[in-house]
Design a protein around this ligand. Structure first.
Ligand code: FAD
Length: 407
């Protein structure tokens, strides 16, 4: 089987950023990226598509266009791992071997765990910003709704971008308020979790919007079934099951480790994600394996922002490993969630491990716990540009790894 110095599984946000970051440091490196998809997505833009701010097409580019020139693209899926033999089996049955393996295939959206949901997505008022093809339907529903009940659901953690279910809701409410129909629409947020947002410092600002929009906040409610043609949703509550009628349903599916990772020796026994050290992002049993992005077992917020910080850390630690040296950089758990509370304002949550606030800006520039116009400009103008031209190219203006002090 073919051997590469470095094999990366997944050419999404984390995989491409890591490849570019490694090649910036060592241009001669032989890297193969295993990625079956022709298309590459800027998923954080989907919230803006659902809110009528971005065109969907601005969030998609070809995978070919984001592949680093010096990397080899293997346009196929990885099927299984044999880490004892430094080997990956691909979906066509062929194998490749590696010096270093970097695993970044993202998280799997488990639509099938909500009965009846998949077949009604994109019609009957049922939508989700979690899919490229459905985010425009969210905006279509928002534009056309004049009265009735709109439900926004959120599943159990972990999910990628934990704020995205409520972002969709706030932008919808803002549009309805603007059109003067919000008073005729009953808006419900039904969250499987027990809190509005996991880091308490951001909750007061969000609660002000819940009150301003008149949102009925219902916690510990899990969406378990949808009956599309009858426009009914079934929620599991502490008291039993409740069936509610809706005119619009924004559904977010439960999310799990990709099956081929969960089934492999690389999996964390509990979660099924790639079992890595939360600081070095190095596998806990196989030192020449690293994992990052949504597929990693680390307890950070699963976000693009996290992947942006993790990629250079994996790059320097993997290069050290290739040179038979110890890991040189630690990840602090940074993740970010720009909560679009209204069109034009964002509550910019930025935090690391154990909910420690890690703001990128001094408070007088951006106070992340308050709705701010500057944060909106960051999300709508700066961050997409930084993604395509900085992060994916391996430039590290905003994510330089802090090297550990020499021992
Ligand atoms: P992905 O970017 O999903 O890439 C995974 C790649 O692996 C894909 O290209 C896939 O094709 C490939 N793959 C899958 N299976 C295999 C296989 N078997 N073999 C090989 N390749 C495979 N983050 C933020 O920071 N801020 C936000 O505001 C934000 N908003 C979001 C809003 C929405 C609606 C969504 C859906 C996400 C949002 N995110 C946000 C989260 C962010 O998009 C993800 O955290 C980020 O894309 C993770 O990068 P990744 O590389 O781990 O996964």
């Amino acid at each position: 089987s073919l051997k590469h110095e470095v094999v990366i599984i997944g050419g999404g946000s984390a995989g491409i950023a890591t490849a570019s970051s490694m090649l910036k440091r060592r241009p001669s490196l032989n890297i193969a990226i295993v990625e079956p998809s022709e298309d590459h997505y800027y998923q954080p833009g989907w919230t803006m598509v659902g809110g009528g701010v971005f065109e969907a097409s601005t969030t998609k580019r070809t995978t070919a266009s984001v592949m680093p020139k010096q990397a080899t693209w293997l346009k196929t899926a990885a099927a299984s791992f044999q880490p004892e033999n430094n080997q990956v089996t691909l979906s066509d049955g062929t194998t490749i071997t590696y010096g270093i393996l970097i695993v970044a295939p993202g998280i799997r959206l488990a639509w099938e765990k909500i009965d009846g949901l998949e077949e009604t997505l994109g019609k009957n008022g049922v939508t989700s910003n979690y899919r490229y093809d459905l985010a425009p339907y969210t905006w279509e529903l928002v534009r056309n709704l004049k009265s009735g009940r709109a439900i926004f659901s959120q599943p159990q953690m972990p999910i990628k971008c934990a704020g995205a279910p409520q972002k969709a809701m706030y932008l919808s409410c803002d549009a309805w308020m603007e059109r003067g129909v919000l008073g005729n629409i009953d808006v419900e947020f039904r969250n499987a979790g027990g809190v509005l947002f996991g880091v308490k410092e951001y909750v007061p600002a969000l609660m002000e919007y819940v009150e301003k929009y008149g949102i009925d906040l219902q916690l510990n409610q899990t969406l378990v079934a949808v009956e599309g043609s009858g426009k009914q949703a079934v929620f599991k509550t502490e008291a039993g099951e409740e069936t509610v009628e809706f005119d619009m349903l924004h559904a977010v599916p439960p999310q799990v480790a990709p099956q081929f990772v969960a089934d492999s020796p690389l999996a964390n026994a509990e979660s099924g994600f790639v079992d890595v050290d939360k600081f070095t992002l190095q596998h806990v049993r196989y030192p020449n394996v690293f994992g990052l992005g949504d597929a990693g077992s680390t307890p950070n917020a699963k976000t693009m922002a996290a992947a942006r910080k993790q990629a250079p850390i994996v790059a320097v630690n993997a290069l050290a490993q290739l040179d038979a040296k110890q890991a040189v950089a630690d990840y602090d758990g940074y993740g970010s969630c720009p909560l679009t509370v209204e069109r034009g304002k964002i509550v910019l949550a930025e935090f690391g491990y154990d909910g420690k606030l890690l703001p990128s800006f001094p408070k007088w520039v951006i106070d992340g716990t308050k709705p701010r116009k500057l944060s909106w400009l960051l999300k709508s103008e700066a961050l997409p540009w930084i993604y395509w031209n900085g992060m994916l190219k391996g430039h590290e203006w905003m994510a330089k790894p802090h090297l550990k002090k020499a021992a």
